[in-house]
Design a binder for this molecule. Structure first.
Ligand code: ARG
Length: 480
């Protein structure tokens, strides 16, 4: 399928000369004797962006002409002729036998001009009861419905990679952090399930957006519908929409669906940026928890020893685009008078960029994670030395009847004792020493404070215990 060619395709020098500006496809030349100059024409043209909607535009036109035929607005044979020619145009485009004219004003003008060139008066019938205002809203919605499904597939594929990893690491103990300070032992499986939970919400957010996206604006005309007996139910049905939109002015003015998706995409990119920040930290020499594949790393042009996590950093950086695009759309819509305004033409570039960005980030993140190796030894070693077992020591005392605040203080004093005597773990203290702080300590404290046992003991729903993480993985798999 045609994706947007570069801007240079419609760059000013490529625009048609004054007077001859896109004459073949100008839809509004009747009223205006003077044509814009080439530079001005190129400024207001959108073909370099909306060419991406070409197949949706054709599909919408096919549905529209068949409905016009059924309703007797155009002769049934003409409808059939137009439908057949539109199908042929789609085939030729798909086969690379037809190029989109980069000098047309937009994709709608291009297709209509082409039909007219090929079919004469029949081509001139296609736009009855329609405006580019409802046409572009239709094309955009149709395109986004598909794009949304493909992003949900990418998320599902990414979740599969993450959940396989989580499954392999339900017993791989590592420190969990708050304030980036060692907090309590968790497992890599538990951590990856935390990431996966966010991505799963992203997918359900997109499914939710689909409900509002799934309405057909065709038949809304420029803003006020049409006096022709169009069948909006019929076109909505034939294009696979749940229903026609409710109000014709809203239909051409509304870009909430784009705004909502821009927000959803920005949230996905925000999630990925956080996952990648974890990876960048883990990949540092100081942590050494993860070893990214060489093919998913880059070197330095000057420092011969370097192996940098550029992919993780760039995915983290790409979030900025998606946040910017969301801001672009919010600003675009703010204070915009009803119904359609040309400002709205700016909507597609921003959203397409977020769409492409999120898609490639998901794919890159997946490839990077699927090929990474984890150093279980480094992660386990990082669990001893930071007193990550202190909370478990306090809860040990609570289980033996001590009030929590007292248990917290007792464990804190033991940590100070350790620090004062150069001991790295609570378990390094003798039972006598521990009993000096509380008579409730018994020999079972040593087993209880092993990191893997701390993790196993935290088996509440949501917790890091291996069996519980396996349950979380099962639930996330079920929701995919
Ligand atoms: N290229 C326009 C857009 O993307 C299509 C609609 C143009 N309508 C108009 N009245 N100028 O919004």
């Amino acid at each position: 399928m045609e994706t947007d060619k570069t801007l240079s395709e419609s760059s000013l020098s490529a625009a048609p000369p004054p007077g001859k500006t896109g004459e073949s496809s100008l839809l509004w030349a009747g009223r205006l004797a003077e044509k814009p100059e080439a530079e001005a024409f190129a400024f207001q043209a959108s073909i370099h962006i909306d060419r991406r909607l070409v197949f949706e535009d054709i599909e919408g036109s096919r549905s529209h002409v068949m409905m016009l035929g059924k309703q007797g607005i155009i002769p049934a044979e003409t409808a059939g002729l137009l439908d057949g020619e539109l199908a042929r145009i789609a085939e030729e485009l798909a086969a690379g036998k037809l190029d989109i004219d980069g000098e047309a004003e937009d994709i709608h003008s291009f297709i209509e001009a082409l039909l007219t060139r090929r079919l004469g008066d029949a081509g001139r019938m296609v736009h009855a009861g329609r405006s580019r205002n409802d046409q572009v809203a239709l094309d955009f919605r149709l395109y986004l419905k598909r794009a949304l499904a493909s992003i949900r597939d990418e998320i599902a594929e990414t979740l599969r990679v993450l959940l396989d990893l989580a499954e392999a690491h339900t017993e791989t103990v590592m420190p969990g952090y708050t304030h980036l300070q060692r907090a309590q032992p968790v497992t890599l499986g538990h951590w990856i399930c935390a990431w996966a939970s966010g991505l799963e919400r992203d997918s359900s957010r997109l499914a939710d957006a689909l409900k509002r996206l799934d309405e057909c604006p065709l038949g809304s005309g420029a803003l006020a519908g049409s006096a022709l007996p169009l069948d909006r139910e019929e076109t909505a049905r034939s294009l696979g929409f749940a229903r026609p939109t409710l109000n014709s002015m809203d239909s051409v003015a509304d870009r909430d669906f784009a705004l909502e998706l821009a927000a959803d995409f920005a949230i996905i990119a925000t999630h990925l940026s956080r996952f990648c920040e974890d990876i960048v930290i883990w990949a540092s020499e100081e942590f050494g928890f993860i070893d990214l594949a060489e093919s998913w790393s880059t070197g330095s042009s000057i420092m011969p020893q370097k192996k940098n996590p550029d992919f993780a950093e760039l995915i983290r950086g790409k979030q900025a685009r998606t946040a910017g695009n969301l801001m672009t759309l919010l600003s675009l819509l703010k204070g915009l008078p009803y119904a359609y305004d040309k400002d709205l033409q700016e909507d597609k570039e921003a959203l397409f960029d977020s769409l492409d960005t999120v898609k490639s980030c998901l794919r890159m993140f997946r490839g990077m994670m699927g090929s990474a190796r984890f150093d279980a030894g480094r992660m386990a070693a990082a669990c001893s030395g930071g007193f990550l077992e202190a909370t478990d020591a306090a809860e040990y005392l609570v289980r033996k009847g001590m009030p929590f605040r007292k248990a917290h203080e007792t464990a804190a004093l033991i940590v100070r004792d350790c620090i004062d005597s150069g001991q790295k773990r609570i378990g390094d203290r003798s039972l006598e020493q521990l009993k000096g702080r509380s008579a409730l300590f018994e020999n079972d404290i040593y087993r209880a404070l092993e990191p893997i046992n701390c993790v196993r003991a935290r088996s509440l729903p949501g917790g890091p215990a291996p069996a519980e993480v396996r349950r979380q993985i099962g639930i996330l798999r079920g929701r995919m």
